[in-house]
Design a protein around this ligand. Structure first.
Ligand code: ADP
Ligand code: MG
Length: 711
């Protein structure tokens, strides 16, 4: 036991020494992103390790608020049966002071060393509490867009897997950091816009195996030369639907890990298990970006995404290989098995010492954890220790590893980038839209072109028409012009004629003037003639007076004839009346005659009847008397008839006379009318003659009118 204790006390010094040796051989020109909180010379740590009494190193962690510093918590596993059995006579090698966040490491019976940590978790600390103090800040940071790492370091059997990978299927309170972290993440993302993907890998003998797709081994690490971003494009990434899905994945991973280790005839404690959680979140705030086209600039909202990565690393046991029962292995092989862990120790040393060169490229683990230590990630390290003094050296080595890691300060960086995928989709939609618009515009332009061509054709037609019209018109105008020229010539000729005529007229005027002079002389001569005319007029007047007298006589005659005519008219009217009266009388007499005739016929019938009766009475004497009586009556009636016929004949003769008289008067009347019309004719002739006379003596008009009026 003493020998083991001696070895274990040398272990941290050995690691530290190896790190220091490596650090000294660093390339001084290489730049590092990392900053050591406190670059302490190696002598300080060596001096500390030999300090006999426990000492506080609180000055190491003055700035606890620096978010970039690697947080380190120490967790003590409860004693297990083996511990209880083997360490029954010994006290624990560590003493925890959780309220002071300190750990006292017993060096020997009389001295101990005290170390401060960010968190000191006793054997009774719950899984929940461990998650909250160790991992939760990192998870929150990852949800905020930063990379984060939670890593467990410690000797095999101290509870790394218990702390990180416990599924807690039967008892949720036993769930480890991996499950709790995913639970937290799934509860905080928006399923519609954010995504969570996981890869689960194992690193053994510098070979990366996919625990979700075990056929994939020796997966290469890809490092972006520009950003330094490390990725494993060969590894399977599974999009996590929910926590149950994730638990399934973890289980599959564990099963595959176990199968792989059996196949390789190794133990899981020799391999590193790495859970990678990729989170992609859309940021609500949007940045305006100019998408420049040739001339116009359009503003477009470019969505921003935050991509972050959480690494949960369950490291291989930190104990020396000979201790973990690998005696059969060759030394080189053994070194190779844990090359990654050794390399990590070197890097942590280099970082803690603020060395300019960090040997991250020496192993795959350090390459994968490049961002976690000295990079841009927020890192929490939990170191697990057991209470047993048997493992004092490993415990001390683990504590020293944690102490060095605490000095590392990362440059925490937010990783935001434009969501080019969604921008691309957006632009594709825009392009589709614009293409459709262009097509539409093209069609419109085609239609416009067709319309314009049609208009052009119409314009050309109308132009030809107009030109034709113009030619016709110009021809017509030319003709008109020629005609007008001719007209002008004619008018000119006419004007010349007029001019000649004017001169002729002037001559005539002169001639008329002479004539006027002559007529004045003639006037004088006329006055002589007027005298003669006055005499002639006197003669005519006398003649007219005679004619008027004659006319008066004629008129008197005419008046007497008219009177005679009126008397005749009256007489004729009387005759007419008389005739009408006679006609009436004749009608009456005729009627009387007709009546008498009828009566006569009746009498004749009676006579015939009487004759018949007479003939009948001839046979008897008595009847003869009656016949003579009837004969007398018949004679009387016959006489009466005779007188009536005579009277009628007399009236007829009188009527005849009257008619004859009427005819005579009518003839007389006709003669008088003839006479009157002859007189009228004569009068008109005289009047005509008078008018003639008046015309033949114009100068005596007034006198004539006067005479006429007088007449
Ligand atoms: P490692 O992964 O570091 O090799 P494990 O996580 O496998 O160690 O732990 C070894 C054993 O110790 C397991 O049986 C585990 O249940 C137990 N154990 C570890 N830590 C605790 C703890 N804090 N409380 C109770 N049991 C623990
Ligand atoms: Mg384990």
């Amino acid at each position: 036991q003493r020998a083991e204790r001696q070895r274990s006390t040398q272990q941290p010094q050995g690691l530290s020494h190896a790190g220091n040796l490596l650090t000294r051989s660093l390339n001084n020109g290489q730049q590092s992103l990392l900053r050591s909180k406190e670059a302490k010379p190696p002598s300080a740590s060596s001096r500390r390790s030999v300090t006999p009494t426990s000492r506080s190193h609180s000055r190491d962690f003055e700035d606890d608020n620096d978010p970039g510093r690697v947080r380190v918590a120490v967790r003590l596993r409860p004693r297990n049966a083996e511990d209880l059995l083997s360490d029954a006579d010994f006290a624990d090698c560590v003493e925890l002071q959780p309220e002071l966040k300190r750990l006292k490491l017993r060096k020997n019976n009389w001295s101990s060393e005290s170390y401060k940590f960010d968190e000191v978790l006793t054997e009774t600390a719950s899984q929940k509490r461990v998650y909250e103090v160790v991992a939760k800040p990192v998870v929150e940071s990852v949800l905020g867009g930063y990379n984060g790492t939670v890593m467990a370091y410690g000797q095999t059997g101290t509870g790394k897997t218990f702390t990180l990978g416990r599924l807690g299927k039967d008892d949720a309170s036993e769930r480890g950091i991996m499950v709790r972290a995913l639970e937290d993440i799934m509860a905080n993302i928006t399923i519609a816009s954010d995504t969570v993907e996981v890869s689960y890998l194992q690193l053994y003998m510098e070979s990366i195996q996919d625990l979700l797709a075990p056929e994939k081994t020796n997966i290469p690490i890809n490092e972006d030369p520009k950003t330094g971003e490390v990725s494993l494009p060969g590894a399977v990434t599974v999009k996590v639907r929910d926590l149950d899905h994730f638990l399934e994945l973890l289980q599959i991973g564990e099963a595959n890990r176990h199968a792989a280790n059996t196949k390789l005839n190794t133990e899981s404690s020799r391999s590193h298990a790495i859970l990678m959680v990729y989170i992609r979140r859309s940021v609500p705030e949007k940045v305006e970006v100019d998408i420049s086209s040739q001339e116009k600039k359009t503003k477009s909202n470019l969505p921003v995404v935050r991509k972050s990565k959480l690494l949960i690393v369950d490291l291989a046991g930190s104990e020396r290989l000979d201790k973990s029962g690998s005696e059969g292995l060759l030394l080189e092989e053994a070194k190779f098995i844990n090359l990654s862990l050794t390399s990590l120790g070197k890097c942590i040393n280099a970082l803690a010492e603020n060395c300019p060169h960090i040997p991250t490229r020496d192993s795959k683990l350090t390459r994968l954890l490049r961002d976690s230590f000295g990079g841009s990630a927020r890192t929490s390290l939990i170191i697990t220790i057991g209470p047993s003094s048997r493992h004092h050296a490993e415990t001390t080595s683990t504590i020293m590893f944690g102490q060095r890691a605490m000095k590392i300060v990362n440059m925490v960086k937010l990783k935001e980038e434009f969501d080019y995928e969604s921008l691309c989709r957006k632009l594709e939609t825009q392009v589709d839209h614009l293409t459709a618009e262009i097509d539409r515009q093209h069609k419109l332009r085609e239609r416009d072109k067709y319309d314009l061509e049609k208009q052009l054709r119409e314009c050309q037609d109308s132009f030809y028409e107009t030109r034709k019209n113009l030619v016709t018109r110009s021809e017509f105008l030319e003709k008109e012009n020629a005609r007008l020229e001719l007209d002008m010539e004619d008018i000119l000729a006419q004007l010349n004629c007029q001019k000649d005529h004017n001169s002729l007229m002037q001559d005539k005027v002169a001639e008329l003037e002479i004539n006027l002079e002559q007529s004045k002389q003639h006037q004088l001569e006329n006055s002589t003639y007027q005298k003669v005319l006055a005499d002639t007029t006197q003669i005519y007047e006398n003649k007219i007076a005679e004619l008027i007298k004659q006319l008066e006589v004629e008129r008197a005659q005419s008046e007497s004839a008219e009177e005679q005519f009126d008397a005749m008219k009256k007489l004729s009217g009387d005759h007419q009346k008389l005739i009408k009266m006679y006609e009436k009388k004749i009608r009456e007499l005729t009627k009387q005659v007709e009546d008498e005739h009828t009566r006569f016929e009746g009498v004749q019938d009676q006579l015939d009847l009487a004759n018949k009766l007479l003939r009948d009475y001839q046979n008897s004497m008595q009847e003869q008397e009656e016949i003579s009586e009837l004969r007398l009556k018949l004679q009387e009636m016959y006489q009466l008839h005779e007188s009536t016929v005579n009277e009628l004949q007399a009236l007829k003769a009188e009527f005849k006379d009257q008619i004859q008289e009427k005819e005579t008067i009518s003839e007389e009347l006709y003669v008088v009318r003839e006479k009157l019309s002859a007189e009228e004719k004569r009068r008109k002739t005289i009047e005509h003659e008078l008018v003639k006379l008046k015309k033949s003596a114009p100068e005596g008009d007034k006198d004539f009118e006067r005479i006429k009026d007088h007449i």
